[in-house]
Design a binder for this molecule. Structure first.
Ligand code: SF4
Length: 258
């Protein structure tokens, strides 16, 4: 019998829904996937934009962005971390160029000198319908009516609607809306993604019905994780995405054992 994790996060729930076996490797066996270029790219961009918004509004310029990016890159370990990646699809200059192009596109989506962020990288602990949840919210803003708008930067591609429904796409942000409701009694009115590479914002109005669906998924997933831990049976969800799965590459996934 395995011990289920004390807390679930929106991303761990997503992982279990994608493939229970992958969730087991990551969250029960604690076999972590090695860092990847695209994940580092997203983290670096998030970090630089977080520091940009810590500057006074009138200082939020391209020049300031460049200075922050150079400082984080050189003095806060990014150059070494990216250099140490096992698989690098480009040079360090390519990484910096891709990151900078994404960051600079922020100005196409909002005017940073006119935007005030009320919370960035905020840790939230909450109980959603009795399920203990923990996670970090990228950023949120209080709208004029006192409700919250939760947003997330994306450096990857916009998901193809043929493979990812809107419910799946916004699930993580709706989880955060539920968590903020429990932890802070705050009401979220809108959730949005800032797709930096494509220079486009996608957003969704939050309704009680959408929150109900997300809440049901959280409760259902917790129950399924506990059942899988009790029975020690985690289903392998074999799809074409397995070809990108680390656990297949290191030959420990039961669905792909030689
Ligand atoms: S290879 Fe496929 S089935 Fe195996 S853990 Fe990864 S995603 Fe799941």
């Amino acid at each position: 019998m395995f011990k289920p994790p004390e807390y679930l996060s929106p991303s761990s729930i997503g992982l279990f829904r994608d493939c229970p076996q992958k969730f087991k490797f990551s969250h029960i066996d604690k076999i972590k996937e090695p860092p990847a270029w695209h994940l580092y790219l997203g983290s670096f961009v998030h970090e630089v934009l977080e520091y940009l918004y810590k500057e006074d509004a009138q200082n939020r310029s391209h020049e300031t962005l460049k200075k922050i990016a150079a400082d984080r890159w050189t003095n806060h370990g990014w150059a070494d971390k990216v250099e140490a990646l096992e698989v690098k699809p480009g040079t360090l200059a390519d990484f910096k160029r891709a990151a900078f192009e994404s960051m600079i596109n922020l100005w196409e989506l909002e005017d940073p000198t006119q935007t005030e962020i009320d919370g960035m990288e905020v840790e939230v602990l909450a109980s959603v319908a009795g399920v203990a949840m923990k996670g970090y919210i990228d950023r949120f803003i209080f709208a004029d009516d006192g409700t919250i708008v939760i947003s997330d930067y994306k450096t990857g591609k916009i998901p193809n609607p043929r493979f990812k429904s809107d419910d799946d796409k916004y699930f993580q942000l709706l989880c955060y809306a539920l968590m903020l409701e429990d932890a802070e009694q705050e009401v979220t009115s809108r959730v949005e993604f800032l797709y930096l590479t494509q220079k486009v914002k996608h957003n969704q109005i939050v309704t009680p019905e959408k929150l109900d669906v997300a809440r049901e998924v959280i409760v259902k997933t917790r129950k399924e994780i506990e059942e899988a831990c009790d029975s020690e049976k985690f289903k392998c969800n074999v799809t074409t995405l397995c070809d990108w799965c680390h656990y297949k590459k290191i030959n420990i996934c039961p669905a792909h054992m030689d």
